[in-house]
Every structure is written in C-alpha cells, then in structure tokens.
Write a new protein. Structure first.
Length: 222
C-alpha cells in the first residue's frame, strides 16, 4: 500500500504545475517543501539509478519520511564505488570507501543516510555488535533502528584472482547515533532492505557471484 500511495503522490505532483501544489504534495510525503532547492529526485534515481530498488525506495521513506531527495553527486554512485573497490583490490584485500550519501529535505528526522563499503581478506568473525539483530543474508547481516549491514563473499567478475573477497555494505544514519523515535522493528527492517539493495547492486557492478545473498531481503531474525 505504501509503494502505491507514494507512486500516485509523485505522479500527481509531477502532473500539476505550481509551487503551491508541490509544497502541498511534499507535506503529504513527509518532506518540508519539495520546491526547496535541489529536492526533486525520487529514491530509485539516487546513487546512479541502479542502487535503490522500488522496495528500498519505500524503505527510505520509512527512514526519512520523505519521497523526494537531493540529487546524488556524479561520483556518488555504486558504479564509481565498484571501480574504486576493484582498483584497490588489485593490490590489497583490505579497503573501504563511500558509496553514496542520501540527503532528505529539511524537516526529516534524519539529516542523511550514509552508505559505505568495506573489503576484507577473511569472513566476518565474532558475534557482532549486540545492538544489531542478526538476519539470514550473505555471510552475516544485522540491523538496528539506526542502521544495517550486509556482508557477503564476492568471487570472480572484475576482482583479480580466484580467492573470494569479503565485502560489507553499511547503511547508517548520519551524525550522532540516537535512540530511534518510532517503531524500531519497522526502522530496522527498512535499513536492512536498503543495505540489501546496495549489496546486490555493488555485486552486480563488480560482476561477481555473491554467495548466499538472496534476491529479496530476508528480514526474519535468526
């Protein structure tokens, strides 16, 4: 239901001209003002246009309360992150970098949603941070009310050698962590959905085989 209502809201705003209509539509979408400078991009067009699935776009609305966002920078894409990861992976099995920062309008409970990647030579060890609820995706996945991660082994594609690289995509609220204000389970599932979408997109850009990474996010706790 959320996805359908968001689609109709965006289509209606696009079909009817005028700043007053845009402002009214924005308010219904949880944004402060869709006509404010730069806030005009649907979630599915962010971060290169291949990173955010329709389901992840709905999840971003749960997290931010917004249906429209600031446009991503030209280098803030999954494609650019994959190129940097492969370049770094030619000489080392350890590294990290940014993928994208998602900026909702003023008035959102979240200033930004930051997405990053990490690469390591070995699979994740230990129980992980206790604040994360473990989820059955990849080598390890976890979600909390203010962020989530999905770790998976990546073999082949543009990465050199036959040994798997262990990648982790992290999605987190920008700024100082705070106790979530609202339905923590719903927020947890939303962050996990976004992390899963970016993990699939990153693996696709690299062209590797992501072990145990499902086509849809698995949100039932282990």
């Amino acid at each position: 239901m959320m996805m359908r209502s968001r689609r109709w809201r965006v289509l209606l705003c696009a079909a009817v001209a005028g700043p007053l209509v845009l402002t009214a539509c924005a308010a219904r979408g949880g944004t402060a003002d869709a006509s404010e400078a730069g806030i005009s991009v649907e979630a599915e067009r962010l971060c290169g246009g291949t990173a955010v699935s329709v389901r992840a776009g709905d999840a971003l609305e749960v997290i931010t309360g917004a249906a429209l966002f600031a446009a991503s920078g030209e280098k803030a894409t999954v494609e650019a992150a994959a190129r940097e990861l492969v370049r770094m992976g030619a000489s080392t099995a350890i590294g990290n970098g940014d993928i994208c920062r998602i900026l909702p309008p003023a008035g959102s409970p979240v200033e930004e949603v930051r997405v990053t990647w990490e690469m390591s030579a070995g699979e994740p060890q230990g129980a992980g941070a206790p604040r994360f609820t473990a989820l059955p995706m990849g080598e390890r996945a976890g979600a909390a009310g203010d962020g989530a991660f999905v770790a998976f082994a990546c073999t082949g594609g543009d990465l050199p050698g036959d040994a798997p690289r262990h990648l982790r995509v992290v999605v987190q609220k920008g700024g100082t962590p705070v106790v979530p204000d609202g339905d923590e389970r719903r927020l947890r599932e939303a962050y996990a959905t976004v992390a899963h979408s970016f993990a699939l997109a990153l693996a696709g850009e690299i062209g590797c085989r992501p072990a145990d990474l499902p086509a849809e996010p698995s949100l039932s706790p282990l």
